[in-house]
Design a protein around this ligand. Structure first.
Ligand code: BTN
Length: 334
């Protein structure tokens, strides 16, 4: 990955991106016409589009007529993101990748340290990862798969607060730019109208008390495909439905990079304590009975916000207790 155009991008990915570019406005295009634009045969067009469907592109084939996207698509565009960027660190755009988090983690393993605040986004992930070993549904062209590199001077123990600050930064962008009433579910989820809008996966490489490398992954639903309910087993929301109109994904990438860098700089200097009130105001489960689980163990209590380290505070029979750890799962008590 480099900031200049990739010389080694596979030819098929270039062709596929161009095909989506021609189909992007949602109009019907014949295979013949698409082939002529790209200088390839109709059979080749059909093969590439089949591959794109396997990557999750929501595409219809209309017999004897051609192809049409279920909804218009705005492709991620490195040049358009750059025009709107307020940060110096690069934003890399990939078409299809295994996982944007895995790509940045691999870079670190290879001994390459990106600039703090560098971002990688992709149109589709073939092995998108969620928390607690889950898969992250990552169809082509419709959502946002975003990873940022950061460094923590305070070591791994500061990571709990960090993931909450990431959620706050995303919520701020969506509130300020699009007036969306986003809520946060401890420790890593974004909600809108009681449905999951996105999730955060923070991965660390380094020692407990020394500076460590951080990869911050964000998956945000922008416009889920029509067949999503067959694949995702929990109530979900997307930004296009919440807003009632399409969202500019390139602008969103630039705004997210900027807000995340600002908040993470502040967090690195001052820690989480200054964010407690802000988080508690957006807490999805504030003052509700919740169940916290880890493996087969569960604890039920009243959600009493977060503490100065970013731990979840539960009021259990009148006693307040804090809980820490990214592997914990929180839900409303039945
Ligand atoms: C969750 O389980 O809620 C967290 C989901 C995080 C998904 C994002 S998408 C970009 C980045 N790359 C991945 O493989 N995962 C994260």
């Amino acid at each position: 990955m480099a900031n200049e155009p990739r010389k080694t991008l596979p030819h098929s990915l270039i062709v596929q991106r161009q095909l989506v570019h021609y189909l992007a406005d949602g109009a019907l295009c014949s295979g013949q016409w698409l082939g002529e634009q790209l200088g390839i045969s109709r059979t080749a067009v059909a093969k590439h589009l089949e591959q794109l469907q396997q990557y999750g592109l929501d595409l219809y084939k209309i017999k004897g007529k051609g192809y049409r996207l279920a909804q218009p698509v705005q492709l991620l565009d490195a040049a358009l993101i750059k025009q709107q960027q307020q940060q110096q660190a690069p934003v890399w755009v990939q078409s299809v990748t295994d996982s944007t988090n895995s790509q940045l983690m691999q870079k670190l393993k290879d001994g390459v340290t990106p600039e703090k605040g560098a971002v990688l986004v992709a149109e589709a992930q073939t092995a998108g990862r969620g928390r607690r070993g889950k898969q992250w549904f990552s169809p082509f062209g419709c959502n946002l798969y975003f990873s940022m590199y950061w460094q923590l001077e305070q070591g791994i123990q500061a990571a709990m607060g960090l993931s909450l600050v990431v959620g706050l930064a995303v919520a701020k962008v969506l509130q300020q730019q699009w007036q969306l009433p986003v809520r946060l579910k401890w420790p890593n989820d974004l909600y809108i109208e009681h449905k999951k809008l996105g999730g955060i996966l923070v991965e660390l490489a380094g020692q407990t008390h020394a500076q460590c490398d951080v990869v911050i992954g964000l998956g945000l639903n922008i416009r889920m495909p029509d067949h999503t309910d067959k694949v995702v087993d929990q109530p979900w929301a997307d930004l296009t439905s919440a807003l009632g109109q399409p969202i500019d994904r390139n602008l969103l990438v630039a705004l997210l990079q900027h807000q995340l860098v600002l908040e993470l700089q502040q967090f690195s200097q001052q820690g989480f304590a200054g964010y407690v009130q802000e988080f508690n105001q957006l807490d999805q489960f504030a003052s509700e009975q919740v169940t916290l689980s880890s493996g087969s163990q569960t604890i039920t209590g009243l959600c009493a916000g977060v503490d100065a380290q970013g731990g979840l505070v539960l009021d259990i029979n009148g006693q307040k207790q804090s809980f820490y750890g990214g592997e914990l799962s929180l839900r409303k008590a039945l």
